[in-house]
Design a protein. Structure first.
Length: 107
């Protein structure tokens, strides 16, 4: 699989590695592990895995309310791709063109 496959799956399925919006923190931990920066606020929590940032609403059971693919970080020369994504999708390019994503989704 290629890095573009990750972006297509995230956009078209609203999930990454089987974890999706609405599921609790444990499902995301199962998919990505716990090697992340965790920012906890009163009503929200954010987990930053580098390329992927995940947001949770803190209720009785924290559930995912959003996620971002921070593709702009790839060009900064940082090691931002979580190992689990590199193993599944291979090498990530430093840039991703919108046109490539659009064409992959539409074809």
């Amino acid at each position: 699989m290629a890095d573009l496959d990750l972006y297509v799956e995230a956009v078209t399925r609203a999930e990454i590695l089987g974890a999706a919006l609405g599921v609790d923190v444990s499902k995301w931990s199962e998919a990505f592990g716990d090697d992340c920066v965790e920012d906890v606020r009163k009503s929200r929590m954010r987990r930053d895995y580098g390329l992927i940032e995940i947001f949770f609403e803190r209720r009785a059971a924290s559930c995912c309310s959003g996620n971002f693919s921070s593709i702009h970080r790839l060009g900064q020369g940082e090691h931002v791709v979580p190992r689990v994504l590199a193993r599944r999708y291979g090498e990530f390019r430093s840039r991703a063109k919108f046109e490539d994503l659009r064409d992959s989704i539409l074809h």
